[in-house]
Design a protein around this ligand. Structure first.
Ligand code: SF4
Length: 696
């Protein structure tokens, strides 16, 4: 405090890290360019955090003023040249000219954009608008493609909307919590505290995760069951739970008959012997009696709630698994009141919002398909031009088309695809093949190595807008100081659109939200004025729910009847072999965040300076590996080197690492396999070999 000076004012804003969306009061000293954040105080009236915070939101904000930050637009003719600093006008002109030239030679569909779940709703909205209106196609995708796109698909198919069913507070009414493929202690710490508080009050938890994560046994918390479901077998697992419930008569007959459809076909499907705990045990690795006991516990409680993470979605059957969990909740009647539901723990601060804002190639804001004439006409009349009714390219399609020569220009906002996306070699080949790559970011990240234009971005401390957290809560983000690069990101995007010939203009971020409210039924009642006066709100906010909607699907599902889906288990094609006998699965650690672009530039770096490989003692012994050894991790697509940690937390046959550091580059080894419905990469299952590095 002495060094930074006493705070002279404060600004209420929202954390820029995980999907919990904690509210903070930023206490600030100094003025103008000398403005500094003195400390971040978690807000007691923050709807998501109620005065709590974690080491990221509380301490890891210094990246905003790190020396690595790029403050000026830069251009270069080829990626072998040095960057040249230019004016905003020249950089934006270069982008527009490059994109127009590509389209003139290769067609309207030869360029596209990727928006970011780190950016505000308003920023994402203008990016998808730029692509649809100025580029003239639907080649817009979001980094949610590689994390929670199966959540969007699966919950939409079963319940009728692509979002979690509850608010966070709901966990305080849960009697049994089924936690699948999520490690909230590391990835969603403030929500984990809330969950543990409920467990200390007597609720029980079933943990389904190949690793023995902290919440299985922590002070005053012991899981009723830890089910070490093997990577790749989630659908077999969830079907076995539902099979037990249905065949033992534990299902909610009344709920099924009154609120669901496809009931008879689903019950006949799930009762088949192939879905029994005994038949699926070889795939899941879970003893049948333990699985049956867990199913009985989930089905017998007054209120049972499912919480899940990327351990569900990042599989070749990620979407099927989401629908399997929705089935489980419907079969037991655990939907439509507090303490129950199906709840994705969203990774990034605005992954819910970036999906809500229409940054998928097949959907306008509010999850409405681009082929629907009545929806397209809303935007056509407001934006003043005809829009493409055909879905555009997803991120993996963009990469494949780039290598094939038909996709030549890409705008990437706030996302480091060269580090975060699977099979790094494939991504780099795609970026290298393009004529124009434009990166808008705080730092010259890995993707910028392939860029021709770099547009400096603004940190969350400079943004005016909203983030939407995992419980659909729309939180205000307020600028602590003006953009340090002289131009808000949404203004830059508007100016690119204008330079390309489409008139796109707003006076403020509030005006963008007004357009979102005008065109998106679930946001109809949202405005900055209301959020500032009344605090955060959970969508839908409209005439039917003027104060927002903490719990969804009360009395009726958004789609009318809940749809039970016959979730057939199809094993992944990623199999272990003699050459690659182990399975790699990946995740996060508390102090770091995703590709580490922010946290590596803060004191949090000292707590986790490198990614390590966790390996079971038996697998380590077999290979002569001890903790601290440098080991080579290889798959059929690539090899990297990292430090081993021998750990009883791992099951034999499975190894684990994080992807926070580019020097390790865990995605050098992950493959092109992806979810059948959404192309979400199968980060959680890669057949690998591990050996002591340089062992000859
Ligand atoms: Fe930020 Fe998530 Fe930590 Fe809250 S729990 S302070 S939102 S990183």
């Amino acid at each position: 405090l002495v060094e930074l000076g006493m705070p002279t004012r404060s600004v209420d804003t929202t954390c820029a890290y995980c999907g919990v969306g904690c509210s903070f009061r930023a206490e600030v000293s100094g003025e103008g360019d000398d403005t500094r954040v003195v400390r971040m105080i978690p807000s007691k009236d923050g709807g998501a955090n109620e005065g709590h915070s974690c080491v990221k939101g509380r301490f890891a904000y210094g990246y905003a003023s790190h020396d690595d930050r790029q403050m000026h637009p830069m251009v270069r003719d080829s990626i072998d040249e040095e960057w040249r600093t230019v004016s905003w006008e020249e950089a934006i002109g270069r982008v527009a000219e490059g994109f127009r030239a590509i389209q003139a030679e290769h067609g309207v569909g030869s360029i596209g954009g990727i928006s970011s779940s780190r950016c505000t709703n308003e920023e994402v909205y203008v990016v998808q608008k730029m692509v649809r209106a100025a580029f003239g196609n639907n080649n817009i995708d979001t980094c949610a493609r590689v994390c929670h796109s199966p959540t969007g698909y699966g919950l939409n198919q079963t319940f009728g909307t692509s979002a979690g069913t509850q608010d966070f507070k709901s966990v305080e009414s849960a009697d049994v919590i089924l936690l699948i493929g999520a490690n909230p202690t590391d990835a969603h710490p403030v929500f984990a505290s809330r969950m543990k508080r409920r467990l200390r009050q007597g609720a029980q938890i079933i943990v389904a995760d190949p690793r023995r994560i902290d919440i299985v046994r922590s002070p005053h918390v012991e899981a009723a069951h830890h089910l070490p479901v093997l990577p790749g077998s989630n659908v077999a697992f969830v079907n076995a739970l539902a099979h037990t419930i249905v065949t033992e008569g534990l299902h909610d007959e009344e709920f099924l008959r009154s609120r669901c459809e496809n009931v008879e076909d689903y019950l006949a499907f799930i009762a088949r012997d192939e879905n029994s705990p005994e038949s699926t045990a070889a795939a899941t690795g879970v003893p049948p009696e333990q699985l049956r006991a867990a199913a009985r516990l989930y089905a017998s409680a007054a209120n049972s709630a499912i919480y899940y993470g990327l351990g569900v979605t990042e599989h070749s059957q990620g979407s099927t698994m989401v629908m399997g969990m929705a089935n489980l909740a419907m079969v037991t009647g655990n939907i439509g009141r507090e303490g129950v539901g199906v709840n994705p723990l969203r990774g990034q601060n605005n992954v819910q919002g970036s999906c809500d804002m229409g940054s998928f190639p097949h959907e306008f804001p509010g999850y409405r398909h681009v082929s629907r004439d009545e929806v397209r006409s809303i935007y056509e009349s407001l934006w003043g031009l005809a829009l493409d009714p055909q879905p555009g390219l997803r991120i993996p399609n963009m990469f494949d088309s780039a290598i094939g020569g038909t996709f030549r220009g890409l705008f990437v906002q706030g996302e480091d695809i060269a580090q975060s996306d699977p099979n790094t070699q494939h991504v780099e080949a795609a970026l290298s093949a393009m004529d124009m790559v434009v990166v808008q970011d705080l730092f010259l990240n890995e993707t910028a190595r392939f860029a021709h234009v770099f547009l400096p971005g603004s940190s969350f401390l400079e943004k005016d807008g909203t983030f939407t957290n995992a419980e659909r809560r729309i939180n205000r983000v307020r600028p602590v100081f003006p953009s340090r690069v002289g131009k808000d990101e949404w203004r830059v995007v508007c100016e690119i659109a204008q330079a390309m010939g489409y008139d796109m203009h707003y006076d403020s971020a509030a005006e963008i939200m007004d357009e979102i409210a005008q065109t998106t039924p679930t946001f109809a009642g949202v405005s900055f004025a209301r959020l500032d006066a009344e605090g955060s709100m959970q969508w839908p906010v409209n005439d039917a729910a003027p104060q927002g909607t903490p719990t969804m699907h009360v009395g009726e599902f958004v789609r009318g009847k809940g749809h039970l889906v016959e979730t057939v288990y199809v094993p992944t094609t990623e199999r272990t072999t003699r050459r690659y006998p182990l399975v790699l699965t990946t995740g996060r650690i508390l102090s770091q965040y995703n590709v580490g672009a922010q946290t590596r530039r803060t004191p949090n770096q000292t707590w986790h300076p490198e990614d390590v490989l966790e390996i079971h003692p038996a697998d380590a012994d077999l290979r002569g590996i001890s903790t601290g050894d440098r080991v080579e991790l290889s798959s059929r697509v690539g090899t990297t080197t990292l430090t081993a940690v021998v750990s009883e937390r791992m099951p034999a046959g499975v190894v684990y690492t994080t992807f926070h550091h580019p020097v390790t580059g865990a995605n050098v080894v992950t493959t092109e396999n992806s979810d059948w419905a959404t192309n979400c990469p199968e980060y959680k299952v890669t057949a690998v070999q591990v050996g002591v590095a340089n062992a000859g």
